[in-house]
Design a protein around this ligand. Structure first.
Ligand code: PEP
Ligand code: MG
Length: 850
């Protein structure tokens, strides 16, 4: 089928193959075309030449935009364009060579539409190169008119050819994340797509235009499409628009639930009075008291230092590209760590970069003679100001996003304009939208005594780092946090995720008292941590630490760990930009064994896939990576990854373990395989291990599997026949049992590993293992929760492996318990209806809340 020939819009004149003798001749020729089309009066030609005398109209990449002086606008009869294609080029200004002379006659602000198109075009060098020599006017016309109303077209049009009506049912309206998804969908369709709300129309491919509609829940819109495959485009946009509804409703419900949770009493410290409270998710335990400090960027002064448009344009172009790359990397990283939802924030920010209105505004300011940094900053401020002025909180938040992106671009244009963070001199509870892991890692715990972020999840690096630093923290506290006044006195409970504001003197005193008691308890636990975790009736539970590198081993041992129960080896791959060799891995495993000096080490074979994507492995993209080629499935398909790792492990066992310890049960090194679902997988992995061991003449090592999939828990008895031990990955077992993406912040409160369904699967696993006299460990997060640890011991778990910092309190709780009571507690927990009811049983345990 032939592609339809675009119809040239009225008042767009194009002259191909021009060869003007000079810049002045080019301007005159273009002006004559505009005169001939009735767009301008003859005197405007002189005005265009005058303008060239005061400002260089070279836009960049061979495109110039001669136009008249503002005072001469009355000579413009109608908006229009005249394009002179100059294949041989014409010297314009200071060595700049023009190939497309786009003379503009613009009434009111139609030049913005034209500039928008041109500024987009100058970023597409391949297309520009083609336009310089094309012999088809239509090609030039299309480049200047597609997706935008033709020059001179009347303002907001009606609907496009095909349409559907929809009522916004996103409880918080059309905010940046869903809007970015609409834009992404629309941009993948060749047809024009627009969204109309009353008389307001927005191009569905333009994020800011969409957001400016200010759509709230209940607003009716008409979405229409026209052009190539318009029916397909409409179907796709309809699916995108309506497909987001369920997620948006769930997100709003989670926020409402969080607010509801804020109302009731919690385990731990509770105020006697009724201070205002904001609730998020507990990310790093501890109670802290101090003044609020909302993190703000330090102001930077952007001086106006004019520079030639070409170099300015190039610098802006490079800064935009670099920022786009930076945001893409940030989104990819966030998606890997926290999931799609949080990554959406950065993807939405990335959508703001190519916004044509914004670039146009910046280019206009540059064309007017302003410096690039100044022009960009002004453009951002004007656009953000417009968004804030609409009085819509959703748009106000977008203004903040825009300023944030603006700052990133500014720092790319001129690194000296990078804004830093301010911090008060007194210790404070720091409030931030979110913190980059590098920012969190740099926090000084003597100055930042608590941390609360509006976004993020408890599994974020920020949360992990806060725990490492021992800073009480809450995450996902919502935007209300950011509106708090600096210096407001507050109590932050990082265990329950609550922030109490303006507490009474009595509450402050009781919180201080509670903290002091907790500290005393922790000190007592620390004193006892060298002792084994034996219950009062003499039942020992082995305690391991989850540690990934040899440097962390001394700290883990110091905390009371008896060995390493989980070494996640994918971090050897994730933390570097390339694949470690067999020798690299061998050195690391040897160093781990040396650091542990004969204590047990369980190394988990690579668990790549799911949220742990290793960019440099270039693995195929999957729709559902958590349900795809992950863990053992990947190992069995990629001998190039599995073989060097197994060889390195067996070599380390052969060379690093004293001969007498290297035989049979009790050997310090064990290998464990992740994401096992079936017996044939175990048999295949075991066969590989046997072969490699024989090749290397290495000792036999215990081979275990992770129980992370319900199928494995249910079939534990069959699997136990073929392996030496189990370690239950409760993080994944919870995810797969409850069908809740472990990275989903909204659903995080429901993804509770103490859900009775998960407990029953753990119980089944222990029963299956016991039938073949295998031991069972747990290395998921719940092992580090003192109450969870007690339940696990009661369910029949023999070993618990956790973050080193959790060891002392878990051991203390186990030591204070009776095994018989824990078994009864576990049986009761399995019979509960939901996770909340299980958690409520904590009070039964020695009368102490968890
Ligand atoms: C788990 O799933 O509980 C586990 C320990 O493995 P990871 O968190 O590394 O997936
Ligand atoms: Mg796992």
């Amino acid at each position: 089928m032939l592609a339809p020939t675009p119809i040239l819009p009225p008042r767009l004149l194009i002259q191909l193959g021009a060869a003007p003798a000079s810049k002045e001749a080019a301007i005159r020729a273009a002006a004559q075309l505009l005169v001939a089309s009735g767009c301008i009066d003859a005197p405007y030609e002189a005005s265009m030449l005058r303008r060239e005398g005061v400002a260089n109209t070279y836009l960049g990449h061979g495109v110039v935009i001669p136009h008249g002086m503002v005072d001469d606008r009355h000579h413009v009869r109608a908006s229009g364009l005249a394009v002179l294609q100059v294949p041989g080029g014409i010297e314009w200004h200071d060595g700049q060579v023009a190939h497309l002379v786009v003379a503009i006659a613009a009434q009111s602000d139609t030049h913005i539409t034209i500039l928008r198109r041109l500024t987009r075009l100058i970023q597409d060098e391949v297309r520009l190169a083609a336009l310089r020599i094309t012999t088809r006017k239509e090609e030039i016309a299309a480049a200047l008119t597609e997706d935008a109303p033709a020059p001179g077209a009347a303002g907001p049009a009606g609907d496009l050819r095909q349409r559907f009506d929809w009522t916004v049912d996103y409880p918080t309206g059309l905010h940046a994340r869903p809007a970015a998804h609409w834009v992404e969908t629309a941009r993948n369709c060749p047809a024009r797509i627009q969204v109309r709300h009353g008389a307001e129309v927005a191009d569905a491919k333009n994020l800011i235009a969409l957001l400016q509609l200010g759509l709230r829940c209940g607003d009716g819109v008409t979405i229409s499409a026209e052009g190539d495959d318009e029916a397909g485009a409409l179907a796709r946009i309809c699916a995108a628009v309506t497909g987001l509804s369920a997620g948006e409703k769930a997100a709003a419900k989670a926020a409402a639930d969080a607010a509801a949770r804020a109302a009731g009493p919690v385990a731990g410290w509770n105020p006697a009075d009724t201070p205002r409270v904001l609730a998020g998710l507990g990310a790093s335990p501890g109670l802290t008291i101090g003044p609020i400090h909302v993190l703000s960027q330090t102001e930077v002064t952007v001086r106006d230092e004019p520079e030639p448009l070409t170099s300015g344009g190039d610098r802006l172009h490079a800064a935009l590209a670099a920022t786009e790359g930076q945001l893409r990397a940030l989104a990819d990283d966030t998606e890997r760590r926290l999931g799609k939802t949080d990554a959406g924030i950065f993807r939405a920010q990335g959508e703001l970069i190519p916004d044509t209105d914004l670039i146009t505004l910046a280019c206009q300011l540059m064309v007017e003679g302003h410096g690039v940094a100044f022009a960009w900053n002004q453009a951002v401020e004007r656009m953000a100001g417009r968004l804030s002025a609409l009085g819509n909180p959703v748009l106000a938040a977008r203004a903040a996003d825009l300023r944030d992106v603006g700052r990133r671009v500014l720092a790319q244009i001129d690194p000296s304009l990078k804004s830093g963070h301010d911090l008060p001199d007194v210790p404070c509870i720091l409030i931030a939208p979110d913190l980059a892991p590098s920012d969190t890692a740099g926090l000084d715990p003597t100055r930042v005594i608590g941390l609360a972020t509006a976004q993020g999840g408890p599994t974020s690096h920020t949360a992990i780092l806060a725990r490492t630093l021992g800073i009480p923290a809450l995450v996902a506290g919502g935007p209300a946090l950011l509106a708090l006044e600096n210096h407001t006195p507050a109590i932050l409970d990082g265990g329950t995720g609550r922030l109490y504001l303006d507490p009474s003197a009595a509450d402050l005193a009781s919180a201080r008292d509670w903290s002091a008691r907790q500290r005393a308890k922790a000190e007592e636990e620390a004193r006892a941590r060298a002792l084994p975790a034996r219950t009062r009736d003499g039942h020992a539970v082995a305690i391991g630490a989850n540690v990934n590198n040899p440097e962390q081993v001394p700290f883990a041992l110091d905390q009371g760990a008896e060995g390493v129960g989980l070494m996640r080896t994918e971090f050897l791959f994730l933390e570097r930009g390339d694949t470690p060799t067999e020798d690299d891995q061998y050195a690391t495993y040897r160093a781990m064994l040396d650091a542990l000096a004969g204590r047990p080490l369980i190394v988990r074979a690579l668990d790549i896939g799911g949220d742990k994507q290793v960019a440099h492995l270039h693995l195929p993209r999957e729709e559902n990576p958590f349900l795809g080629v992950r863990g053992a499935r990947l190992l069995l398909r990629r001998p190039d990854l599995m073989e060097p790792q197994l060889r390195a492990l067996y070599r380390a066992a052969r060379d690093g373990i004293p001969a007498d310890a290297a035989t049979g049960k009790g050997a310090p090194l064990s290998i464990m395989f992740p994401m096992i679902t079936s017996v044939p997988e175990v048999l295949a992995l075991r066969a590989h291990c046997d072969r490699i061991r024989a090749e290397l003449d290495a000792p036999e090592l215990p081979l275990g599997i992770m129980i992370e999939v319900p199928a494995a828990a249910i079939q534990a008895d069959a699997l136990a026949r073929h392996c030496d031990f189990f370690s239950i990955g409760t993080n994944d077992l919870t995810q797969y049992a409850l069908a809740i993406d472990r990275q989903n912040t909204e659903l995080a409160p429901e993804a509770d590993s103490l859900h009775p369904a998960v407990l029953r699967l753990i119980h089944l696993t222990c029963e299956g293992a016991a039938r073949h006299k295998r031991w069972v460990g747990v290395c998921g997060g719940i092992a580090g929760d003192p109450f969870g640890a007690c339940l696990l011991a009661g369910l029949g778990v023999d070993e618990l492996s956790m973050t080193p910092r959790d060891v002392a309190s878990v051991e203390a709780r186990l030591r204070a318990s009776e095994m018989g009571a824990l078994r009864a507690l576990a049986a009761r927990a399995c019979a509960q209806e939901d996770a909340a009811a299980v958690r409520a049983l904590a009070v039964l345990l020695d009368g102490e809340p968890a």
